[in-house]
Every structure is written in C-alpha cells, then in structure tokens.
Design a protein around this ligand. Structure first.
Ligand code: AMP
Length: 279
C-alpha cells in the first residue's frame, strides 16, 4: 500500500494507474462503516484509493474540528488489510493554500434544510473538498455512506451537474449490535450517553413500524419520533424529519421513497441517523 501525503504525489500515483479507480473519501478514525465502502470499492475497481482528511472547511467555527478523533496508524493498518492501493493523506495547507477562494455549492433546494440548516457552510465544505478529491484522484466511482444521506444527495447532484464523470455509489449504514449507527463521533460519548444514544435507532424503528402499519401522514410519524426521543432525558433533539428521498422537501403525505432522518445532541456530541421507507 502506498501513502501519498501531498496533492502532487497523489497525482503522480494516479497517473501510473491503468484500469478503473474507486475512491473512498473519509475523515479517518475508521470503523466498519468506512471499511464496508472500501470493500465495495475493492470488489468493483482495479485500484482503490482511500483518503483520510479532516476537512476544515466543513466544520463550523464552534464545531469539533480541533478535537475530531484521529488515529492514522490504526487507519493505515485497517486500510492495508482491506487491500487499499493508495491512501491519500494531505495536509490542510496543501489542500487549502494561501489565497484559496473557490467554492462548489449545490443549490438551495437540496442544501437549505436538515444538515444544511443546522450546520451553515457544512455542505459547501463537503462539496468543495469532494470536487477537489475527484479532480485529484479522477476516479470512475466514488463511494459514500447512506448514513450521511443529504451529503450523498448533494454529492450526486454536484457530480451530475458538473459532468464530473464519477459514478456516485451510496451504500447502507453499518450499525452496532444495538442499532446505533457507527460513527467516528461515537468515541466522544460517555458510558451514559452511549447507552442513551440508542434512542435515535428506537425513534427510527418507531417511524418504520408506523409506516409498515399503513401510516402515511408525515406529521404523525414526526410526532411519534419526537415522543420516543422525549423518553430519553439526555437527548436534545435538533430535528426529526420525514422528507422526499430525492428532493429532501418535507412531506405532508408519504408516496414513494421517504427519508426519515434525525439529528440529536447527547451532551456535546451531535449524532445523525436515517432510514428510507418506500411505498
Ligand atoms: P466520515 O469519515 O465520517 O466523513 O465518513 C466517510 C464516509 O463513510 C462517508 O461517505 C460516510 O457517509 C460513510 N460512513 C460513515 N459512517 C458510516 C456507517 N455507519 N455506515 C456506512 N457508511 C458510513
């Protein structure tokens, strides 16, 4: 496995590759969710590139950029074991040199709600860094988790609108045994918060149960989700949403695929999760 620590080195390695390239962008501190993306890339591409870059432009000023968990040595061992060919680990200075001033921003209809509303500038940081990674690595396919459903939708839109020639592949959310979605940020949780964090999954399961029982009124589902979340005193709810899975617009009635998503704070840690229900 090769490690490229600069943009120039990554470009060189890319130029030497023949055949198809699959890219898995990550911020490191890897878990099974990340590794499932790498496995899909490995199965479908001649070369697998994984990036580890804690992207400063997708964090707000009051967010956890500085304390985001990092363990590059462990990450490299895990990526090597999955047959990754190249790990791209650039510095923030190399990705954003002095004078950097170009942003890639998807239109408001996909970005003004949900994470876009809760984290101003976050999605613009994501699309900008992913555009740069696509440009540097020039993959045929980019692999993303459904866990970050709005990010996936926005990256898909960007790749199509800008004719990037990258197939954006979305893959299912990997979960802990009790249902909690795997996330690097779970490392922040105290024992008590970790126990409480299953309330996200319980709330999503309640939504699915209602949907399976025939409920199609989005507001009834949102209300039921809030009721489950209210049972956990440590949970501070940011949103519980039932939106059109393609347009991300809040629904009145579910017809077709709906994204059921939520964002909840557990102490200082912000957790998100979602499921898609389909009628
Ligand atoms: P991150 O390192 O959090 O930026 O995540 C890198 C990629 O892994 C993104 O495409 C995420 O959506 C994806 N990912 C994160 N958590 C999971 C999970 N539990 N299951 C599947 N994919 C995930």
């Amino acid at each position: 496995m090769q490690i490229a620590t600069t943009v120039a080195e990554m470009r060189q390695r890319r130029d030497a590759m023949k055949g198809s390239v699959g890219l898995v962008p990550t911020m490191g501190y890897l878990h099974e969710g990340h590794l499932s993306l790498v496995r899909h890339a490995r199965a479908e591409s001649d070369h697998v590139v994984a990036s580890i870059f804690v992207n400063p432009t997708q964090f707000g000023p009051q967010e956890d950029y500085q304390r985001y968990p990092r363990d590059p040595e462990r990450d490299l061992r895990l990526l090597e074991a999955e047959g990754t060919d190249v790990v791209f680990m650039p510095s923030a200075e190399d990705m954003y040199p002095d004078g950097f001033d170009t942003w890639v921003e998807v239109g408001r209809s996909l970005t003004e709600r949900l994470e876009g509303a809760a984290r101003p500038g976050h999605l613009r940081g994501v699309t900008t860094v992913v555009a740069k990674l696509f440009e540097i690595v020039r993959p045929q396919r980019g692999y993303f988790g459904q866990k970050d459903a709005q990010q996936l939708a926005v990256v898909r839109r960007m790749a199509a609108d800008l004719n990037m020639g990258v197939e954006v592949v979305g893959l299912p959310t990997m979960r802990e045994a009790d249902g909690l979605a795997m996330s690097s940020r779970n490392a922040y949780l105290s024992r008590e918060e970790r126990r409480a964090a299953i309330v996200l999954w319980r709330s999503l399961c309640r939504a699915e149960e209602l949907f399976d029982g025939g409920e199609r009124r989005a507001e009834a589902i949102r209300t039921a989700m809030h009721a489950v979340l209210a049972e956990e005193p440590l949970a501070q709810v940011e949103y519980a949403s039932v939106a059109d899975a393609a347009t991300l617009q809040e629904l009145e009635r579910i017809a077709g695929a709906a994204l059921v998503s939520l964002a909840v704070r557990m102490g200082r840690t912000r957790l998100i999760d979602n499921i898609v229900v389909n009628s």
